[in-house]
Design a protein. Structure first.
Length: 267
């Protein structure tokens, strides 16, 4: 397929967005360019992916659409499919070679999946090698995004896969985000996975400094500050750190009682 010039949205873009597969098929058969980019470098594959139009994505890819085309923000169709939470589009793009890890300092497909709250997408991306510590200059790591948006299912998947619970964005950790959104369940989950309640951000503040006195989140932090973690919990965190990224597979193979495997797997 030949390169195309920048234009406003084309009939191919419109058909792809609306999921008009017959119209899109006719346009392709009549020689329409599937790699036509708008002034924002958005291709028809971007819009089809963002709308979760799986059949249109299939048609465009079969017609030679660039699977890793980048728009003006650096997003690929895979990023857009993750933003839509369309697991079928994600699988289709991956099967056509879409890159799961873009260059550093841009939002990755994993960031987008965490933003949309699709834990199924998060799990799939991790399974195919997504970088858990991909760092976006605005959002930080995928864990930062999932915590800021309070997507607890995504947070659990990331942490269980070995995401660094204390990764920092301007010294701000996921626990700082959890404190700011006042989510006790999130705070407890992060601490159980080894979150440092004493970590200080670039303003010198601990997570608890972002809670209101006597509020449930404040009482939660106060409890953990006064109550040392149990030896079993400290051992769990240490062993999980030792197993590293995607450590669950290694833990499942240990020659130890099933109850211990469940404990180490946070089941």
């Amino acid at each position: 397929m030949a390169d195309c010039f920048w234009v406003e949205r084309t009939p191919v873009h419109e058909a792809a967005q609306r999921g008009e597969t017959l119209q899109l098929q006719r346009l392709i058969e009549s020689g329409a360019c599937v790699n036509q980019v708008t002034v924002d470098s958005i291709t028809p594959l971007h819009v089809a992916s963002l709308q979760g139009q799986t059949q249109c994505v299939q048609l465009l890819l079969a017609a030679g659409a660039r699977v890793d085309a980048r728009n003006i923000d650096g997003s690929t169709p895979l990023c857009d499919a993750c933003a839509s939470g369309s697991i079928e589009c994600v699988k289709l793009l991956l099967s056509h070679g879409a890159k799961v890890n873009p260059p550093l300092y841009t939002a990755s497909p994993l960031h987008e999946a965490c933003m949309s709250g699709s834990s199924e997408c998060v799990r799939l991306l991790i399974d195919v090698g997504a970088n858990l510590e991909a760092h976006d200059c605005h959002f930080g790591t995928p864990l930062h995004v999932a915590c800021a948006r309070e997507h607890l299912d995504c947070v659990k998947v990331l942490l269980n896969a070995g995401a660094n619970v204390n990764a920092a964005k301007l010294h701000e950790t996921a626990l700082h985000h959890a404190a700011k959104v006042k989510n006790v369940d999130l705070i407890e989950m992060l601490i159980e996975f080894g979150g440092n309640i004493y970590a200080r951000d670039n303003r010198g503040k601990k997570p608890s400094d972002y809670t209101w006195s006597s509020s449930a989140p404040a009482k939660c932090f106060e409890y953990y500050e006064k109550t040392p973690l149990t030896l079993s919990q400290l051992c769990r965190v240490s062993l999980r750190k030792a197993t590293g990224v995607r450590g669950l597979e290694k833990i499942a193979k240990l020659n130890i009682p099933p109850r211990l495997i469940d404990f180490l797997s946070y089941n």
